[in-house]
Design a protein around this ligand. Structure first.
Ligand code: ATP
Ligand code: MG
Length: 718
């Protein structure tokens, strides 16, 4: 007799759920029930009394996925979700660091810098150090810092072979001490600080090791080196690590994800149980076959096939627009039609490769009055007025938070000019204190009086907040700071005021077991995506990047912008590995659809202020033509789609050949050669066409890939 929880599972799934408490790897394709197996195992372990809720740790990748996981578990088991350690790597590390902030050397109310805050902090460091931000673009410094942190490398251990990297390292070191001084951490730091805490502190580590008897990890293929090391630290002699993943869905290599962790895991943990699941329960046959055909073009795979007992279902619908707004209008019309057919709005997803694509789609949705929600991208918590309000709240929690102070010291305007701020910054730097401390001891004079009033206001907020309920605190700072008044008087302020009120609502709806609910609320704001963007509870069409869609499923999926350069993305083309990652992304996108998959593209598109014309994505040629249905423009059948799955090209559009030619052309700039350009710096030649009067494509370390005319580019081999 099988357990009621596992009765509806197939034999392989059931075996996985009911494995003994030992390390295990579930390796299986999209929609085969990996997440279902993982959540069912949690419910099964709890309901058979094998562990208590406190004994498990479950990790997944996005906040949305973590919420879904929690929902799936609590649907099977009556449980208080707050006691469970279920979350993202960042969320769980945040929780641990809050609990042990003293051991971690952090202030109780440490703030989390999101990527924009981090960039602002880096710019400040660079200004202090007098580093040229043309030569060292702050974004690339952020990548450098995050890359090092994700590899577990602190500034003093970072490699520096030349002047350039020595300067990067110097900025990194100064950035670290600035963050420490101000008591703030960035995303990568959450993980690294938590890892170091456990590594350093043996009693604490032992506590968690014996506590977490079961550690379960979803989307294991996308763990990076540091996350894997963190998991290893937490696995005690009596803990079982249960990992589920799919190598074909590894899409975070650009952030340091290592598919190799799946192989290392098997070796390092002497994994006895490796279970494969091959039946797909999510998608109709045509969708699955199309996705399988695309992913088969990748060479670097562990290899598996998926089948479904479902019908073939509908063909994949293809729409080619002349312009991006025509594409957006098509989406809107089609979505309206589906809703008339009774498909719920939140069962419909619009996916895109890059965030920049969403604006025009949003515009069309707004015009048509269709409610939607954006995950990732311009989130609620990243909107200007919300960031101002959060900065005041952060100062209530921790007055030494320089980032927050700089954001609002003169917003709304209160007569504190740039010069005064610079003087304060200098004073703070010389005295080695925070800006707040410098402000408290500002001398006399007109500007000092304005600073004095600001200090007084913050002190007042701080005092009032004591013992006050969280939504009242938010209300109070909105009034005392002058933010309410400011947006009331602003012409276009209505929406911003509505957002500020929404922040009060968010505070009212926020529940935490943390003693300090303000600090917990701020941490949550930094960690969360745009869940508050549409009105709570309202059904809305879901917009997101393909990356954010991982692990999710929808009745209908619109996969947009299938154009060369956009998807696969330009940045990936230089490297066959990059192209394979893009193809995995395509596989992830297609396999989100249960019943209906639309693919659309546009012949022209405004991107970053420029009109670009691009041919259709090569991925379209990898979908068997028999599975496609053309919705418009009377294109001849077979203009896309492969007639057999191993043939990647056709007459209409031949994708750039990969692998590329390897012979050295007359101008001597061979593929793989390192060159220097007077403006773009150092890069590697990745492609060329047309001889001495032709072009070369160079992947520049600082500027990405560019096509340049050989005759003019003044490229110097080095
Ligand atoms: P992904 O790789 O995209 O994360 P997954 O392998 O985690 O996919 P799930 O999301 O767990 O797959 O499952 C896909 C869908 O199939 C879900 O709707 C799930 O409820 C359903 N499903 C899984 N197993 C079964 C089963 N044995 N019977 C019926 N439905 C199932
Ligand atoms: Mg899953």
């Amino acid at each position: 007799m099988s357990h009621p929880l596992t009765a509806s599972l197939n034999p392989e799934q059931r075996a996985a759920v009911e494995l003994p408490p030992e390390h295990a790897l579930i390796l299986a394709g999209a929609g085969s029930g990996k997440t279902r197996v993982l959540t069912t195992r949690i419910a099964w372990l709890l309901s058979t009394g094998q562990i208590s809720p406190a004994g498990l740790l479950a990790v997944t990748f996005t906040n949305k996925a973590a919420k879904e996981m929690m929902a799936r578990i609590t649907a099977m088991m009556p449980l208080n979700p707050r006691g469970l350690w279920v979350g993202t790597f960042h969320g769980l590390c945040n929780r641990m660091l809050r609990l042990h902030h003293r051991d971690a050397g952090l202030p109780a109310g440490f703030a989390i810098l999101d990527s924009q805050d981090q960039l602002a902090a880096i710019k400040r460091v660079m200004k202090t150090l007098n580093v040229d931000d043309e030569r060292y673009p702050p974004r690339s410094i952020a990548q450098y810092i995050n890359g090092n942190k994700e590899a577990g490398i602190r500034a003093e251990k970072a490699q520096a072979r030349d002047d350039y990297s020595r300067t990067q390292r110097m900025i990194y070191a100064e950035y670290e001490s600035q963050c420490r001084r101000e008591g703030v951490v960035d995303f990568a730091e959450l993980l690294l600080a938590c890892y170091e805490l456990l590594e350093r502190n043996a009693p604490l580590r032992d506590h968690y090791r014996s506590r977490f008897q079961h550690i379960l990890v979803d989307e294991f293929q996308d763990t990076n080196q540091l996350q894997y090391a963190w998991l290893k630290l937490l696995t005690g002699p009596n803990s079982a690590l249960f990992a589920v993943g799919d190598d074909d869905q590894s899409i975070y290599a650009f952030r340091g994800a290592r598919v190799g962790n799946m192989l290392d895991f098997q070796k390092d943990y002497h994994v006895k149980h490796v279970i494969r699941l091959e039946q797909n329960y999510r998608s109709h046959g045509n969708i699955l076959n199309a996705a399988n055909a695309v992913i088969e073009h990748n060479r670097d795979r562990l290899g598996k096939q998926l089948w479904t007992s479902d019908d073939d279902g509908e063909p994949i619908r293809l729409y080619e627009a002349a312009t991006d707004s025509e594409e957006a209008n098509f989406l809107v019309d089609e979505i309206a039609a589906q809703q008339r057919d009774g498909i719920a709005a939140d069962e419909i997803a619009i996916l895109y490769r890059s965030n920049a694509q969403s604006r025009i789609i949003e515009h069309a949705l707004v015009a048509a009055g269709l409610p939607y929600r954006v995950y990732g991208g311009l989130r609620f918590y990243e909107r200007q007025e919300i960031k101002h309000a959060l900065a005041y709240l952060r100062l209530v929690a921790n007055q030494d938070d320089d980032n927050a102070l700089l954001r609002v010291i003169n917003f709304p305007a209160r007569g504190i000019g740039n010069r005064t701020v610079e003087t304060l910054t200098d004073t703070a730097r010389i005295a080695g204190t925070s800006l707040w401390q410098a402000a408290c001891s500002a001398g006399s004079g007109r500007s000092a009086a304005a600073v004095g009033r600001f200090v007084h206001m913050l002190d007042n907020m701080h005092v009032q907040a004591q013992g006050m309920a969280l939504p009242d605190v938010v209300n109070m700072i909105l009034s005392l700071s002058g933010l309410y008044e400011y947006y009331q008087n602003e012409k276009e302020g209505e929406e911003r005021l509505a957002n500020l009120n929404e922040l009060v609502n968010a505070a009212a709806a926020f529940v935490t077991e943390d003693e300090n609910d303000l600090v917990a609320f701020l941490a949550n704001a930094s960690l969360e995506g745009g869940e508050h963007a549409a009105e709570a509870g309202e059904a809305a069409v879901q917009l997101m990047t393909i990356h954010a869609a991982k692990g999710l499923e929808f009745h209908s999926v619109f996969l947009t912008g299938l154009e060369e350069g956009l998807f696969p993305h330009d940045n990936s083309l230089a490297d066959p590995k990059g192209l394979e990652e893009e193809r995995r992304l395509m596989y992830v996108a297609m396999t989100r659809a249960r019943r209906r998959l639309y693919i659309s593209l546009s012949q022209s598109r405004m991107l970053h202020g420029q009109m670009r014309y691009a041919p259709a994505s090569r991925f379209l040629n990898e979908v068997p033509a028999t599975l496609l249905k053309y919705l418009n423009r009377g294109y001849a059948p077979n203009s896309y789609g492969s007639s057999n799955t191993s043939n990647t090209s056709n007459d209409w559009y031949a994708p750039p050949a990969t692998p590329r030619h390897v012979e050295t052309p007359a101008h001597g700039l061979a593929i793989g050669m390192t060159v220097r350009h007077p403006k773009f710096g150092v890069g590697e030649v990745v492609n060329h066409e047309g001889g001495a009067n032709g072009n070369v494509q160079v992947n520049f370390v600082q500027h990405g890939t560019k096509w340049l005319a050989v005759a003019y580019a003044k490229l110097e081999p080095i």
